[in-house]
Design a protein around this ligand. Structure first.
Ligand SMILES: NC(=O)c1ccc[n+]([C@@H]2O[C@H](COP(=O)([O-])OP(=O)(O)OC[C@H]3O[C@@H](n4cnc5c(N)ncnc54)[C@H](OP(=O)(O)O)[C@@H]3O)[C@@H](O)[C@H]2O)c1
Length: 281
């Protein structure tokens, strides 16, 4: 039986490739998930699991360019239908941005969704197509993903500090749970192996703001001298609105696997270690 990892090259897909060394990793150059005919040639009987890590994660661009819908929404439906027909398990990933962000307790899987941006609406479309397909499906929502070599907030902050910036203004009124992509990959494998199906939330432990995340990352990387200035979202206008509170409740994950996600600060330490190794320092 064959396992496929789609979206190879992305942060999550690289983690999955390490966790599932026997799986075939396909990047956009090998298999563009918006090409239904190519998907149909790849997802055939004999494929046991499809790990879908392909996504268009450009949240701001999504506001003006509907191209993200082909990947994040429509393709997921095609993929799920093919998995159903082939008898394969589809493991798909969604986002905390399906929630509107009103303050309160962390978001549970059955809480009402109301995305505040186009990316969130597209991802919600994708998860609904997957869950409604009749295929065997696990959809895991996650948040604030980082890993070495990817486009992510932690590395952006580290890059700015390395370039000599001594003061950075960072948004301090959006709360979420940072997630280390290799931990997410392990969580997907653990959930799938435990027979979990349907919708499950996963993120590292510890809720913070972007300011709080920047502070932890810079201090741990030896950039404690960089002055961080907390600011409001309104002072930092972006094309896409962001939910103010997208903290995910992971108690279902904990019940299903018997594991508590490690803290994002421990994950940051590993992230920094891996970056240093990759840089040969
Ligand atoms: N990043 C976050 O903060 C975050 C937060 C919440 C949820 N998520 C979700 O987590 C999952 C994993 O994302 P990630 O963080 O690993 O993102 P990522 O690093 O941006 O990886 C996504 C990968 O998908 C590929 N891709 C894009 N369009 C494709 C297509 N048409 N066919 C095949 N591959 C395509 C990308 O290739 P190119 O780079 O060549 O375009 C990239 O390698 C996604 O479902 C994402 O929506 C991410």
């Amino acid at each position: 039986m064959t396992e496929l990892i789609l979206g190879a090259g992305g942060m999550l897909a690289r983690g999955l490739a390490r966790e599932r060394p026997g799986a075939i990793s396909l990047g956009i150059g090998d298999l563009d998930v918006t090409d239904s005919a190519a998907l149909a040639r790849a997802i055939v009987p004999g494929v046991s699991v499809v790990w879908n890590a392909a996504a268009d994660t450009r949240v701001d661009l999504a506001e003006s360019d509907p191209a993200h819908l082909a990947v994040n929404d429509v393709a997921v439906g095609v993929l799920a239908g093919l998995c159903r027909d082939a008898g394969a398990l589809l493991v798909h990933v969604s986002t905390d941005y399906v929630f509107d962000g009103r303050p309160g307790r962390p978001w549970r899987e059955d809480d009402p969704v109301a995305p505040v941006n186009a990316y969130g609406r597209g991802k919600l479309g994708g998860e609904r197509r997957a869950l409604g397909s009749g295929a065997e499906v696990l959809v895991v929502r996650t948040s604030w993903v980082f890993a070495p070599g990817g486009v992510n907030f932690v590395d952006t902050m580290l890059g700015l500090a390395a370039s000599g910036k001594t003061e950075l203004k960072v948004v301090d009124d959006q709360r979420g749970r940072p997630t280390f992509a290799p931990d997410l990959a392990r969580a997907l494998v653990r959930l799938a192996g435990a027979g979990a199906r349907g919708l499950v939330h996963f993120a590292n432990s510890g809720a913070t703001t972007w300011y709080g995340l920047a502070k932890e990352a810079l201090a741990r990387a030896g950039y404690g001298h960089v002055r961080l200035v907390p600011c409001a979202t309104a002072e930092f206008p972006r094309p896409a609105a962001r939910p103010a509170n997208s903290v995910l409740d992971t108690s279902l994950y904990e019940r299903l696997t018997g594991e508590t996600p490690r803290s994002f600060t421990d994950a940051l330490d590993e992230h920094l270690r891996l970056r240093a190794e990759a840089a040969g320092t």
